[in-house]
Ligand binder design. Structure first.
Ligand code: SF4
Length: 286
């Protein structure tokens, strides 16, 4: 089961298998997992079994990808049952997409919040529609901004995920400026920055082999992250770039820590240690 790094302490409860879309060019998370929403009996059984193991759990993450895409009546039953089984439960979280956020109306999002849904993790990846199309992301920047804004209005915190290198060399500048712009509209409570890693066998890796996509060098990846941090509008946000894909692990609170984070990045750029002719070694596992 996949979960965001911030959910390391959460109990994971699977309410569906896989991702309802499963088409992004860079993603292998659920490639061999046919999408299936668990039936009511399976969902209740998973909740009861988890409660027997960790009855005092305070945090629960609903898996797999885009659990918010489940029908409203199902999510309501799941959330109510979680509170019955976990008396100390403080927060429920899940992955969401622009599509699943917009499928719920404002009243429904408020209802989900009142039932304990506290945070949704949204893979924006890029604020550029050109880049999103290249990644076959199945959503526009505008749709994800609107979905995030509606979630925030309902009291559900948004944790946005973006990727350095998502536009490759060709669209790096556009990726930076439009992602900063989109995040300024979205104003997520948390911002996680990963680095695009071409995993063998993915359409993205094939595009690189065929010369259709030029990945950033190590130096360009760090430079792009520095440019993005510099371009971000100011709003209070927890920032993390400490996923294994990142070259330099970083974390802080924006905008307070922006100067210190930029200094770290610029110091690394000035060392001369970063490769400028290739992406360097990718992490062995993600
Ligand atoms: S929506 Fe998320 S889980 Fe589904 S294919 Fe895209 S990146 Fe992977």
């Amino acid at each position: 089961m996949y979960r965001p790094p911030a959910e390391a302490q959460s109990v994971l409860i699977r309410v569906a298998d896989g991702c309802p879309y499963n088409g992004c060019t860079f993603c292998t998370m659920y490639k061999n997992v046919p999408y299936r929403i668990h039936d009511h009996y399976e969902q209740i059984q998973s909740i009861v079994e988890a409660a027997q193991v960790t009855p005092a759990a305070r945090r629960i993450f609903l898996a797999d990808g885009d659990a918010l895409a489940l029908p409203m009546h199902m999510l309501e039953k799941i959330l109510k049952h979680l509170h019955e089984q976990f008396p100390r439960l403080a927060r429920v979280t899940c992955y969401a997409s622009g599509r699943s956020l917009l499928q719920k109306n404002q009243k429904e999002l408020h209802e989900l919040h009142s039932l304990g849904l506290r945070t949704v993790y949204l893979g924006l990846e890029s604020g550029s529609d050109t880049v999103l199309q290249m990644l076959n992301k199945n959503s526009t920047s505008a749709a994800m901004i609107e979905g995030a804004q509606r979630a925030s209005q309902a009291g559900i915190a948004v944790s946005a995920i973006i990727m350095t290198g998502a536009g490759g060399q060709q669209y790096s500048a556009e990726h930076v400026s439009k992602t900063a712009h989109a995040l300024g509209y979205m104003r997520p409570r948390q911002l996680s920055c990963l680095r695009l890693i071409p995993i063998p066998g993915t359409p993205l890796a094939q595009q690189i082999e065929q010369g259709q996509f030029s990945p950033l060098s190590e130096y360009q990846s760090i430079k792009e992250l520095a440019d993005l941090l510099s371009a971000l509008p100011s709003w209070p946000c927890i920032f993390r770039a400490d996923h294994r894909s990142n070259i330099l692990p970083l974390a802080g609170r924006l905008p307070k820590d922006t100067p210190a984070l930029l200094q770290e990045l610029h110091e690394l750029l000035a060392t001369g240690y970063l490769l400028s002719d290739g992406p360097g070694a990718y992490p062995a596992s993600l």
